[in-house]
Write a protein that binds this ligand. Structure first.
Ligand SMILES: [Zn+2]
Length: 231
């Protein structure tokens, strides 16, 4: 239904770049290139974290249309950002074979309104495209690896401290994943679409550490300029 509405919209309104409004493109070439050439490394809870592009108003439009409108061109940008983040990550750190690519969970309400776990689905698409050698070291969990515990308040409008409190212990490891991997050493690379305060990622890291799972680090399609140390 959402796709149908999007198709009708382009009939009524002329097509223009989601990011810069340049006419006749869903995403223009110069905006697309930004997703490929801006990756940076930083640290969250002392773990190597790599993000594809600094988050700004234009990037926010991509994140939203990928997540809420299921727009293909926007999703492709997110996938490009993840590719470039992973390449940058690989330049710094080697991943053990069969490292699980673990997506950050959304709330149950968000999963309901989007018809499934958006990032878990995206992680499948991301790994299905074997365009990068480093993807061979990654494996998908059969089920969502992490889950959200209780009702988490909408993060927008909360301060960094409030966000951290909001997310504290909100994420836990799916007990079925633990059962499926008893006795084996589990390594994990976390994956998110956007990192802002880092509170969600920190909560995921604490949950994994508490379950004695080795966290290799994290990748994201985009992150706040503050996280990416952009002045
Ligand atoms: Zn553009």
């Amino acid at each position: 239904m959402k796709e149908l509405l999007a198709a009708i919209r382009t009939l009524v309104y002329p097509l223009s770049c989601i990011m810069c409004n340049k006419p006749n493109f869903e995403i223009c070439d110069s905006c697309k290139l930004m997703w490929l050439h801006s990756a940076k490394i930083f640290r969250i809870s002392n773990y190597v974290t790599s993000a594809g592009i600094p988050y700004d108003e234009r990037v926010a439009k991509i994140v939203l249309s990928a997540k809420e409108d299921n727009a293909k061109a926007a999703k492709n940008c997110i996938l490009l950002g993840l590719d470039s983040a992973l390449v940058k990550f690989g330049q710094l750190k080697e991943l053990p074979i069969n490292t699980f690519l673990v997506s950050i969970p959304s709330s149950k309400a968000a999963n309901r309104s989007r018809g499934g776990d958006y990032l878990f689905t995206l992680s499948k698409v991301f790994l299905a495209n074997r365009n990068l050698a480093i993807k061979k070291t990654l494996t998908l969990p059969k089920l969502p690896f992490l889950m959200q515990n209780r009702k988490v308040k909408d993060q927008s409008g909360l301060s960094a401290k409030e966000r951290e409190r909001n997310m504290d212990s909100a994420i836990y490891v799916n007990p079925r994943i633990i059962d499926m991997n008893i006795g084996s050493r589990i390594s994990v690379l976390l994956m998110d679409d956007v990192i802002t305060s880092g509170a969600t990622l920190k909560s995921a890291i604490s949950a994994l550490e508490a379950s004695k799972i080795t966290v290799m680090g994290a990748i994201a399609a985009c992150a706040s300029q503050h996280q990416m140390r952009i002045p």
